[in-house]
Design a protein around this ligand. Structure first.
Ligand code: SAH
Length: 395
């Protein structure tokens, strides 16, 4: 096995079970590893730290997998990790009200580079590293025998895979090709999901708990759901007795799917209005028309993909939230989210404070939102925490 020796003083994170070894931390390599090879990572004094997967073209040259020298990485090792991750999701499906969730969440489940989402009878895989690409058949076989899905489908990835020098297309890995729309349910609400073409993995299951929490506040209220995608917040709100909901998203496919989901759940057409529009522009229109709402959800895409884009993103979050707050009267509620890993909750609170000041409103934070249990945050990998939100009340 090829040995990767870390520079003096660059081994601390690896000792602390952090899964990433950056190329700059490497002192020597004992041979010429190929992308996806299992390698042994050692200190400058040749002490064993961990086994990992090599990715020569990535900034993260090794993704560490196993810190015990006796547990070599063979097929059984991968199968066991898959079983452990899947078993940890049992609770989500136990009440029979939900059949969609993330089964494997990459580093958080000690399977860096692998994301698996269950959509009813289908599983969607995202293979993001050379190491996972190599053991894909074993993973598919284990998921197949554990869950007996109708099909396992690999999504075609672009950015992350390009960094890994991977050029494998998506497609069917096991069983049937998913139909254009797979029907799933989450907390007894039905959704149509386009696994092959939808955004991300086709559905934002990371908002499952927050959709329920937000819906607790909407009875008889007028809700504005911004960045609504396929309608998760709106559908839960209508189920909990919202008077009417307004949904905004710039994607035509999102709005089309939302309309289908409304129909599927038999909500009357006079209860909701969907706008295919840019949210900031739509918020300004509402402001200019003097429209107000009782509650607003702001669930934008990732404004800060990296730490260096945080300042620019902070300004965008502030402007978005300012425009939202302008449409709320005293007692109105704003449920506002950030899925940027680089943005921590305290910075987000500060941004909300600025937005409120500029909007001429006084707000209270009455609740914090986080990612759900199928998106765990591993203590030794805090980077896995990305979704956060605040429920704010306008005084
Ligand atoms: N709230 C959704 C998930 C939102 S994901 C849910 O519960 O499922 C972010 C969404 O923002 C995507 O659907 C994307 O199409 C939309 N989006 C991105 N930029 C936008 C913009 N400028 N205006 C409106 N929608 C936008």
């Amino acid at each position: 096995m090829i040995e990767i020796i870390l520079k003096k003083g660059k081994d601390k994170a690896a000792w602390q079970i952090h899964p990433w070894v950056f190329s700059g931390a490497i002192d020597q390599i004992s041979g010429i590893p190929e992308n996806g090879d299992i390698v042994m990572v050692l200190t400058i004094k040749r002490e064993f730290i961990a086994y990992g997967c090599y990715s020569g073209e990535s900034r993260v040259a090794v993704r560490l997998l196993e810190w015990s020298p006796n547990n070599e990485i063979d097929d059984d090792w991968w199968r066991k990790r898959v079983r452990t991750a899947v078993a940890a999701r049992d609770m989500i499906f136990a009440d029979g009200k939900t059949n969609t969730a993330r089964l494997i969440f990459s580093e958080a489940d000690f399977l860096p580079g692998l994301i698996a989402d269950r959509f009813g009878d289908f599983i969607s895989l995202q293979v993001l590293t050379a190491g996972i690409e190599r053991v894909k058949a074993v993973i598919v076989d284990e998921l197949g025998s554990l869950l007996k899905p109708k099909g396992i489908y690999q999504r075609h990835e672009t950015t992350a895979r390009a960094h890994e020098g991977l050029d494998v297309e998506g497609g069917v890995l096991l069983g049937e090709h998913p139909p254009t729309f797979v029907e799933v349910y989450e907390n007894d609400i039905r959704y149509k999901i386009n696994i092959a073409e939808g955004q991300k993995s086709g559905f934002y299951c990371d908002q499952r708990d927050n959709r329920l929490l937000v819906a607790n506040y909407v009875h008889n209220k007028r809700l504005l759901d911004c960045f609504c995608y396929s309608g998760g917040f709106s559908l839960n709100a209508l189920k909990m007795g919202a008077a009417e909901v307004y949904c905004v998203d710039s994607s035509a496919l999102a709005i089309e799917t939302l309309n289908q989901n409304m129909h599927l759940n038999q909500f009357e057409q006079n209860k909701y209005t969907a706008f295919q529009a840019d949210v900031n522009k739509q918020l300004k229109k509402f402001r200019d028309n003097g429209d107000t709402f009782d509650m607003i959800v702001l669930d934008p895409p990732k404004y800060a993909p990296t730490r260096s884009s945080l300042n620019k993103a902070a300004r965008a979050y502030k402007e978005l939230n300012r425009l939202g707050l302008l449409l709320l009267k005293g007692g109105g509620l704003l449920a506002t989210f950030s899925c940027s890993g680089a943005m921590d909750i305290n910075t987000f609170k500060q941004i909300l404070a600025w937005a409120a000041l500029d909007a001429g409103k006084e707000i209270q934070f009455i609740r914090q939102f986080a990612q759900p249990e199928d998106h765990p945050v591993r203590a030794s990998f805090p980077e896995g925490e990305y979704l956060k939100g605040l429920l704010c009340r306008v005084i």
